[in-house]
Design a protein around this ligand. Sequence first.
Ligand SMILES: *Cc1c(COP(=O)(O)O)cnc(C)c1O
Length: 385
Amino acid sequence: MSGTHGTGVPLCDLHQQYQELRPQLEEAVHRVLASCQVINGPEVAGLEEEVARYCGAAHGIGCASGSDALLLAVQALGIGPGDEVILPPFTFFATVGAVCRSGARPVFADIDPQTCNLDPHQVENKITPRTRAIIGVHLFGQCMDMEPLWRVAERHDVPIIEDAAQAIGAEYQKKRAGTLGSMACFSFYPSKNLGAYGDAGMVVTNDPDWAARVACLRMHGMEPRYYHKYMGWNARLDAVQAAMLRVKLPYLDAWTEARQVVAKRYDALLEDYHLGHFMQRLTVKPQRRHVFNQYTVRVAGGQRDALMRHLKMEKIGCEVYYPVPLHLQECLAYLGHAPGDFPASEEASRCVLSLPMFPELTAQQQERVIQSCAAFVRQRARRAA
Ligand SMILES: *Cc1c(COP(=O)(O)O)cnc(C)c1O
């Protein structure tokens, strides 16, 4: 085996961030413990206000996770059995999980192969009299194409829910994710751009009625106390997580800028090593602020899996988001889909690869990642010769 041996490069490393913020994080945890206000309370309310303001929206409602945020948003719209919700098949499972958990039927619309985001032009012919919402995902940190989606949504009077789990701080035409639809759902899963130390999430909206509905649903649909208006859940945001997230939020823009620097360095390295054709980065569309939760490339020539094995052997973190599109998942077989139904999503599942990406990633580490990719290409060329 040839290749550049040396220390590995992790896909995501949270240690440095923790070390830098450790005193503040510990202070925040102790503040909550000492207050004994561990359910809802001022830390949760504080974070809700700060995240809503960060997005430029009126209301934030903390939830137990990004998955719960999606479920509560769907339910707040009154969606349930007999209803349909349109979404892309190329996303994390939670997007479709929320639809199914509400009792509604997911209806898929394919993606734009350049960005891997929902193709708004595939949406209109999926609309039926039962369509109650469209969930658009801002995948990997880039906002989807909103303008054409707004037109479809308006024509058919269907609300848009943003799955902004990977896109806090992302912008489309200078507007932040969180204000591009009727409601938006964020995840504070540890590896997201604003990560908690456990599970946490939030719904953000400008609409006071939907905000109140989400807040009610996360507390067993209780309104007033011990009178249950809706069939809700316990899906509250943990106060300790909220306090730690409040420590981190002021650093988010600096971390986002660092991610953008990392992405630019990858772009340059792919050029320098003449890898541009072998590994093509997903397109960044104009009028966007891409926050690079992932740096994702398409690997040419059916070599994705071989490259991944090579990188893993060299202790370089990489991951396929996502290897199986939702319409081909076992638990959704009842929808009756077959391979070929959503070709762009299926093709993306076969060729995408995400490289190490976190704000503290160094130029040296990135050089090592790309050198290792170049070594793989040389090896293949030698073998073919
Ligand atoms: C992470 C993620 C979710 C779910 O968030 P959790 O906080 O892990 O429940 C939903 N959608 C997308 C696109 C995600 O990346």
